[in-house]
Design a protein around this ligand. Structure first.
Ligand SMILES: *Cc1c(COP(=O)(O)O)cnc(C)c1O
Length: 318
């Protein structure tokens, strides 16, 4: 793992590579008392020719810096963030599975590690990056998933931290998600907290639906996490000639769509087979994967896994 600390008001200095290990922290560390911290998530994949590819890691660097500013933490520069990620992937190269058999998931963390009892930014910060090999996020590969709209819980409110990968955003979603899983659903769909009408996210992935060959995805209003898979799906779909609208997506509209899927680093592109909302059920493509979902999945994963040419320059090799 890569590890470095920085005092509030100072600049980050380059960190060191060390064995994966426990951290020593004061019980008064800002992160464990007040949740001052964020995470990132990215995957390194092995191409058929043996190269190890990342996917648009500079966007993770920029998003983490934006998040640091929102949470009162010193932003890690893009250069240092990328240096840390590349070092961790290189030194864990033996854990990158063969092509098509999984990925090395890379987890950067930035958090307030200094002691602070008052509710204020911590006096010291830690930036670290570790990695772990992973298989598919939703069990069963490209099988359509069943989702349930939550009528009880919201993920984020306007003006809050929903647009940041703030660690504190995730614990409140665990119990709703666990309950949905116990009922046989793969995840929860969250609606907006103001009108309880517009789709926001699918757990920790972004939502898309397709109607009459046009793609729709919730616009970024600050309550939705600006996913890199979301952005790449939009750009890829447009390059394939599809119209993509970033707009408010009414759940009633989504229930009438031809296809639906979610997108994220962990979920990649996962087709949605069924959505339950207030006793009504929408089924997409009679259990088959929709043709546009399938096309986007094939095109995106071929680029990410180095099986196709990457005309966008999205996949630097490590
Ligand atoms: C990480 C995340 C996503 C997906 O973002 P990617 O950059 O595509 O991995 C979507 N929603 C939430 C809430 C997330 O935390």
């Amino acid at each position: 793992m890569y590890y470095v600390t920085c005092k509030l008001g100072e600049e980050w200095e380059p960190g060191v590579m060390q064995d994966f290990q426990d951290l020593a922290m004061s019980p008064a560390a800002g992160v464990i008392n007040y949740g001052q911290g964020l995470f990132e998530g990215m995957k390194a994949r092995r191409a058929p020719d043996g190269r190890i590819l990342l996917f648009r890691p500079e966007l993770n660097a920029r998003r983490s810096a934006d998040g640091c500013r929102r949470l009162g933490m010193p932003p890690v520069s893009e250069e240092m963030f990328l240096d840390a990620v590349y070092k961790v992937v290189r030194q864990n190269e033996r854990w990158v599975p063969p092509n098509g058999r999984g990925e090395l998931y890379v987890r950067p963390l930035i958090f307030g590690s200094g002691e602070i009892l008052g509710v204020a930014p911590a006096p010291e910060y830690t930036f670290l990056v570790y990695a772990v090999p992973v298989g598919p996020y939703f069990k069963g590969g490209l099988n359509p998933i069943s989702l349930k709209v939550s009528d009880e819980f919201h993920r984020a409110a306007p003006g809050g931290s929903g647009g940041v990968k703030a660690i504190g955003n995730y614990a409140p979603g665990m119990m709703p998600s666990k309950k949905a899983k116990a009922e046989g659903y793969a995840e929860i769909i969250y609606l907006d907290a103001v009108e309880h009408r517009y789709v926001e996210e699918v757990g920790a992935a972004n939502f898309f639906c397709v109607k009459d060959n046009v793609l729709y995805t919730p616009e970024l209003t600050g309550t939705i996490l600006p996913g890199i898979t979301r952005l790449s799906t939009i750009e890829l779909a447009r390059s394939l000639g599809y119209e993509v609208r970033e707009t408010k997506v009414d759940i009633e509209f989504a229930m009438q769509a031809d296809e639906a899927f979610c997108a994220g680093t962990a979920a990649v592109i996962s087709p949605i087979g069924k959505i339950e909302h207030s006793g009504k059920v929408a089924e997409y493509c009679e259990g088959e994967i929709g043709p546009i979902t399938r096309q986007l999945y094939d095109a995106l994963t071929a680029i990410q896994e180095g099986r196709a040419e990457d005309p966008f320059g999205w996949t630097p090799s490590v």
